[in-house]
Design a protein around this ligand. Structure first.
Ligand code: PLP
Length: 379
């Protein structure tokens, strides 16, 4: 095992990103899909907080055929660092940004004719062919051509110069539930549209609607490409979902005890005086906070692991620090390792635990980490 360290100055709060696990997760997902279904790895939001470039290299080496980002800038960053694979911008881009899309050979998601027309003009100007995916709204209600009205637009887009229609996309609004009715309805609508696109070259056309939950829950959604984010990072979209594909969490969040003190019974802890000690209490201060992605909603709710034991968060999480009660942890001292996400001894705290305590979803927890936290990569 080797480590690549972005933590130049050894900040006592960092993300550990296990690239060996990421490789294994990618292989396991690809094995389930088989050779006919392409794995598009979703690396938007800086690879869900894990580092988009480092993640991209590993997933492409282990079974992913292409990458998905959310915005132009994310695609440019990957190209500038040397990623050569197809990169699809999964969301429509705003008018005026087509020049850079063409320049950096990024693929676009098209949701209106006018953008496609502007892209065509730009591609012609740059003497290139720009590859596009046409997005259909089958029930998500966010972006896309309405299924019923899509044909006339698609025919017009097909006629545009220097544009190649590479695929058709849609997005499921609920694939994680036991009740698969709404997802199946969307899949059927998608199939109906595909059937009517005889004017496109069906053999080469990419057809893509599945996300992580659908990959686990709905093999009918695979078509010839799936777009997977969360599962690659070793996190399941919901607790209820079948864990038919084995994946392990890639991200751990580690810190160290920075400051330690004993306070008398009846002391207040932190901003707003929201915690009051009911006994003589040993308080440890941990040097990261909500500006690092540790949610403020964990105030008086979260837990961390120290010496293999749970320590509750007491008082409010501040921007750059928070406090935990370590009274019951024997031998605790400054510099002790603190695990906020990950394993410590026999105990484990997951991104799902943090999501549950702070009333959000695991996607939000991991994707918001890492703006200020250094990353240590395990290779
Ligand atoms: C368009 C699109 N496709 C695929 C995904 C991947 O979803 P998941 O992380 O659930 O696999 C996302 C993520 O939000 C998305 O926006």
């Amino acid at each position: 095992m080797s480590k690549t360290c972005e933590n130049r100055f050894k900040r006592p709060a960092f993300l550990e990103v296990d690239l060996k696990r990421l490789a294994l997760n990618t292989k396991n997902i690809k094995k389930t899909l088989g050779p006919e279904v392409e794995l598009l790895a979703v690396v938007k939001a800086d690879g869900y907080g894990h580092g988009a470039y480092e993640v991209s290299k590993v997933v492409l080496e282990n079974g992913a055929g292409s990458l998905g980002v959310a915005i132009l800038e994310e695609g440019i960053e990957l190209r500038e660092k040397g990623i050569k694979s197809p990169i699809l911008i999964l969301y429509p881009e705003f008018y005026g940004r087509e020049k850079m899309i063409v320049e950096y050979d990024l693929e676009s998601t098209i949701t209106d004719f006018e953008f496609a027309r502007m892209l065509s003009l730009e591609a012609k100007k740059q003497k290139k062919t720009s590859e596009v995916f046409l997005k259909i709204d089958t029930g998500m209600g966010r972006y896309g051509f309405f299924a019923e009205k899509s044909y006339e637009f698609f025919k017009k887009i097909k006629e545009l110069e220097n544009i190649k229609i590479k695929g058709i996309l849609s997005q499921l609004s609920e694939a994680e539930g036991e009740d698969k009715k709404s997802a199946l309805k969307q899949i059927n609508k998608f199939k109906e549209v595909l059937k009517r696109l005889e004017f496109l070259n069906q053999r080469d056309l990419i057809k893509s609607i599945a996300n992580s939950a659908a990959v686990l829950n709905l093999s009918e959604s695979y078509f010839n490409q799936v777009r997977v984010g969360l599962l690659l990072y070793g996190v399941y979209p919901s607790e209820e979902l079948s864990k038919s594909i084995r994946v392990e969490p890639v991200m751990s969040l580690e810190s160290k005890i920075m400051f330690l003190k004993e306070v008398e019974k009846g002391s207040f802890i932190g901003y707003g005086r929201t915690f009051f000690t009911k006994r003589k209490t040993k308080v440890a201060t941990i040097p990261l906070g909500y500006a690092d992605g540790y949610p403020r909603l964990l105030s008086n709710k979260g837990e961390v692991l120290i010496r293999g034991k749970k320590a509750p968060v007491i008082g409010r999480v501040c921007m750059d620090a928070f406090m935990v009660d370590v009274t019951d942890i024997l031998g605790v001292k400054i510099g002790d390792e603190v695990t906020l996400i990950g394993k410590n001894g026999e105990e484990e705290i997951t991104a799902c635990d943090l999501a549950f305590w702070s009333s959000t979803i695991n996607y939000e927890i991991i994707s918001r980490m890492g703006k200020r936290l250094p990353k240590v990569y395990i290779n």
